[in-house]
Write a protein that binds this ligand. Sequence first.
Ligand SMILES: Cc1cc2nc3c(=O)[nH]c(=O)nc-3n(C[C@H](O)[C@H](O)[C@H](O)COP(=O)(O)O)c2cc1C
Length: 370
Amino acid sequence: MKKLFLIFCMVLTTIFAMAACEGSDNTTPTSQQPETPGQSDHETEKPENNGQDENDQEGNDQENGTDNSDNITTPDVSKRYLVLYCSRTSNTEQVAELIHSSLGCDIMEVEPTVPYDENYNAMLERAQDELSAIRQGDFPPIKTNVANFDDYDTIFIGYPIWYGSIATPIQTFLHTHASKLAGKRIALFATSGSSGISSSVAEAKRLCPDATFIEPSLLLTSSTLSQAEERVTEWLDKLGTTQTNPEVPSTSSLKMNIIVGNQTITATMEPNAAAHDFLSRLPLEVTLNDFNNITEKIFYPNPPLNTEGVTQGCTPMRGDITIYTPWENVAIFCKNGSKSNQLIKIGRIDGDGIETLSVSGDIRVTFQHP
Ligand SMILES: Cc1cc2nc3c(=O)[nH]c(=O)nc-3n(C[C@H](O)[C@H](O)[C@H](O)COP(=O)(O)O)c2cc1C
């Protein structure tokens, strides 16, 4: 009888936990309908230059996508920034990239030693196992180690929310770097299906008790991710951030117009050498060839763009302007693509502008300064 009662309690707990994770978004894990988490084994990497409360749903603990808990630290963000993030399906990466390009600062991905599972069910199981191991003090290994944060005053840390918690690679990172992060300012950002961020903020504070957490934190859910650009800009303004590197042009000088027939769409270029080379060639009139049935629109700059010293590798999102290094062509993505180490991101079409280019066939366009 006692056994039966115990089983009943366990079933009830499971149902509540899964219900708490269910939301409008199908990336939110359920047992039935799935989609889709150390000590370092990878010595010091130089960053690239250039439990959810069960009813902690979006809207309950946040306003304008930012967390507004009581413990507000006056934003006084110093200028040397680093963006650290982990991301399995690129949502958090997209937000991290926006912060990185707005601030012209360093960025680094925190990766698990064992790559994420492709299979969503396997991923859910792994995440649950890792989260319960963490509760026992056993953190899953990650590949990423930062020797020190001497070059940085403020560190932006981003993660997807897994079962209301910080995704496990970032939990390991915070745990293993807690003493190095003491005294540093940390600004948290997260993405989720629909869950709120406040439980994970409390978790981060427990993992790094001697760091100063700047608030508000930023959360983008499946219903607000499409507004990432505006949300990130608003958030960085609220935090009082300014560009890290005075040699990096201001965001306004990275703007570009693209004239397509009688329409003008805009793009924001990256603060890297290849993007600068592109901008230095404006105005530039070219034919964009359709590649793979409106997957990409491509052209071959002549001479090829200068990619020397520019970090390679990105997960192209719809609207991204990239260089595919083996062919030296510019590729504008009309659909999301998968991660490639042979792509360099040089910019992004603003807002929904990519729709104008997402038509069949070749298109004549002019890139020009605004
Ligand atoms: C293992 C796992 C657990 C998740 N748990 C939650 C959750 O508790 N609440 C929620 O709203 N979304 C949850 N999600 C959805 C992710 O938080 C969401 O899709 C996020 O944007 C993914 O970010 P990424 O693309 O950077 O990996 C979960 C996803 C996975 C894979």
